[in-house]
Design a protein around this ligand. Structure first.
Ligand code: ADP
Ligand code: MG
Length: 371
């Protein structure tokens, strides 16, 4: 794919509609500068804008990627050729986002002074006056393309924090931005749409639909995101090869192993290119071999597909795959640890030391597993 050609094509189609760059930007709810950058080939539209942009310009996705009109009779051949390129570079992002390479990566997630107070908690769970401060004045940022872990003992507030970021719950105080958008004030009725457009989820319990095949489970995510039908199969085929699930695409979730189901959940999460993937104890139900394969998959998604992943875990082995760890205790982030250039084993040892320091005792209440 040629970014400059695509940019020139956007420019040409915009003029044909009689719109200025500002008018197009306004229709898409973005800045004029973004449109100007696309048109001069300096950047590509955000994935979430592909469909609305094509609809506005009256072109197909394939035409956008090819940077030209595609005659009906060449459609099949051209579409396949373009899609393969798209898969290689769009999900891989190395060409499209080369602009990011010169500058520091932007923060996909910004959490500022976030607290969550649960009031009127049933007796037995409260800390004093019937309330629990599950998350206490937490701030952190997650750069694009990184794999960040949140560790903490049971009850330290990990799931609450993840639910706040997932718009499943609202904070009592503070600000959360996903790709620059403040998500705190999204009306309740719009949260499902926001999650569908911007977030990917991988939970312990797989969350696959049992009466759909693995293929259909992944395809469903693309259909919801309005990806054209003919693009779906090549996208899924290419991604499943990477995730080693091509052989099981026609099986139902109950016919495959836990590890395969989780890799299918990964495929479903990444294929729609969410801003961030949220994973809560994703390896919790897996044996150690399947867990390692899943964690390797996460690392691969970050490196090769520029995914940004935030994973909650209490497992040191799982955490040792991350680029950075945030340590939670009693609702607060007590410390953080960057992996820098260390290998997994050295990082594993550092994580243990940090936990020891936080807990003031060897291994504390975390589960220690050898890497
Ligand atoms: P973790 O995921 O680290 O185990 P949680 O976020 O689930 O921790 O819980 C943090 C604290 O908040 C705990 O004390 C828990 O009892 C409390 N909590 C979690 N959810 C609720 C809720 N819906 N209502 C009241 N208290 C809650
Ligand atoms: Mg939890």
């Amino acid at each position: 794919m040629n970014q400059i050609k695509t940019g020139a094509f956007i420019s040409e189609r915009r003029r044909a509609k009689g719109w200025t760059q500002s008018q197009l930007a306004e229709k898409l709810g973005i800045t004029d500068k973004a449109v100007s950058k696309w048109e001069t080939g300096r950047s590509m539209p955000d994935l979430s804008l592909f469909v609305p942009l094509c609809t506005l310009l009256g072109i197909t996705l394939n035409e956008l990627f090819a940077g030209e009109r595609i005659a009906e009779e060449n459609l099949k051949e051209k579409a396949d050729e373009v899609l393969m390129e798209v898969l290689a570079s769009w999900l891989g992002c190395d060409k499209w986002e080369s602009k990011e390479c010169d500058t520091a990566p932007y923060n996909v997630l910004e959490v500022e002074n976030v607290s969550k107070l649960y009031e009127n908690v049933p007796a037995g769970r409260e800390m004093g006056n019937n309330s629990v401060l599950a998350v206490n004045n937490v701030s952190f940022r997650i750069p694009h393309g990184s794999f960040v872990g949140i560790m903490g003992a049971s009850g330290s507030g990990k799931t609450t924090l993840l639910n706040l970021i997932a718009t499943i719950d609202k904070p009592t105080n503070g600000m959360i931005r996903v790709s620059g958008q403040n998500i705190i004030n999204i009306p309740e009725a719009d949260t499902a749409e926001f999650r569908r457009r911007h977030l990917g989820f991988i939970f312990q319990e797989y969350n696959l639909l049992d009466n759909l095949t693995i293929y259909e489970n992944i395809a469903l995510a693309l259909t919801i995101k309005e990806v054209p039908k003919k693009s779906i199969r090549p996208m899924i085929q290419s991604l499943s090869e990477k995730l080693d699930i091509s052989a099981i695409l026609d099986k139902f979730p109950y016919e495959v192993s836990g590890g395969q189901r989780q890799r299918c959940a990964c495929a479903r999460a990444i294929v729609v290119s969410p801003d961030i993937i949220l994973a809560d104890e994703p390896n919790g139900a897996l044996d150690s071999r399947a867990a390692r394969q899943l964690l390797d998959t996460f690392v691969m998604l970050c490196r090769e597909y520029s995914a940004t992943i935030l994973m909650v875990t209490h497992d040191v082995m799982a955490a040792s795959y991350c680029d950075k760890i945030l340590f939670m205790k009693d609702g607060e982030i007590k410390a953080s640890l960057n992996r820098e250039q260390e290998n997994k084993h050295a990082f594993f040892a550092d994580i243990l030391k940090k936990i020891e320091w936080i807990e003031g005792e060897r291994y504390g209440v975390f589960e220690a597993v050898n890497p």
